[in-house]
Ligand binder design. Structure first.
Ligand code: TMP
Length: 236
């Protein structure tokens, strides 16, 4: 599959057209940003880790009945995916308090919830991705009621599948963010990526952070954390 013109460049990925109008190629960058792009840096090797880890996890999710955008990995950084229009919702699932949940509600990190918490934000950097509920999303015509129900059911299923895969590698899935898209024929599929950029991973035995929080919070050993996650999940 040949790369044609660049369609889009985001903070962590570029998207290229292909000869097939229904397929695009994503190319993962080493660029890292946090806090709506205010903090910028490079995490060497991140693009390759995120590409390969995301593809590995999407393939597992497909086997468990979750439709995804994944088509074919081309090389370390590039993957063919279905072309979708992204539903402008960031779908966050939380198992343990951390990050904005802890700061917003004034609680410590590490509280294990009895049930997973599903949360939506409006994907809009200018507005700083404001938190919203189902009614807000429907009122703003970001999605339909039926679609939101399906997104929520998929997100909870993704949580169950990922928790199990990760725990086998002694990684606790604290929280994560998903994005969904619609293909040309209107099918809802899981899109974007599942990686240390978009999830919080804690070592199950030591509690050590193995994700982008090391970059956000200047904790050091950022590259090591990405490599460690790759080693645990992909065995190399
Ligand atoms: P939060 O606690 O900052 O809201 O983050 C929840 C999860 O979502 C966490 O695993 C990191 C991920 N996330 C993204 O993927 N992109 C973002 O822009 C933000 C703010 C969080």
């Amino acid at each position: 599959m040949e790369k044609r013109e660049q369609l889009y460049e985001g903070k962590a990925k570029k998207v290229f057209a292909t000869d097939d109008p229904n397929l695009v190629i994503v190319s993962y960058k080493d660029d890292a940003t946090a806090f709506d792009g205010q903090k910028r840096g490079t995490i060497l090797g991140k693009g390759a880790v995120n590409n390969r880890m995301s593809n590995f996890l999407m393939k597992q999710l497909e086997k468990e009945g979750i439709p995804t955008h994944y088509v074919e990995e081309l090389n370390d950084r590039e993957t063919v995916v279905k072309k979708v229009s992204i539903v402008p919702l960031e779908v966050i699932v939380r198992n343990i308090s951390a990050g904005h949940f802890a700061s917003r509600y004034g609680v410590e990190e590490g509280i294990v919830f009895d049930e997973p918490v599903v949360e939506f934000s409006y994907k809009n950097d200018d507005l700083h991705d404001p938190l919203l509920n189902d009614d807000h999303a429907v009122a703003l015509k970001l999605s339909t009621r039926e679609e939101i129900a399906r997104i929520k059911a998929y997100a909870l299923k993704v949580n169950e599948v990922l928790k199990k895969i990760l725990l086998a590698s002694n990684v606790t899935l604290v929280d994560f963010k998903l994005e969904f898209g619609k293909t040309a024929d209107g099918t809802l599929v899981l899109a974007d990526e599942i990686s240390p950029d978009t999830c919080r991973f804690w070592d199950s035995r030591t509690g050590e952070k193995l994700d982008k929080d090391r970059f956000r919070r200047d904790l050091g050993n950022v590259e090591d954390a990405y490599m460690e996650m790759q080693r645990r999940l992909l065995g190399e």
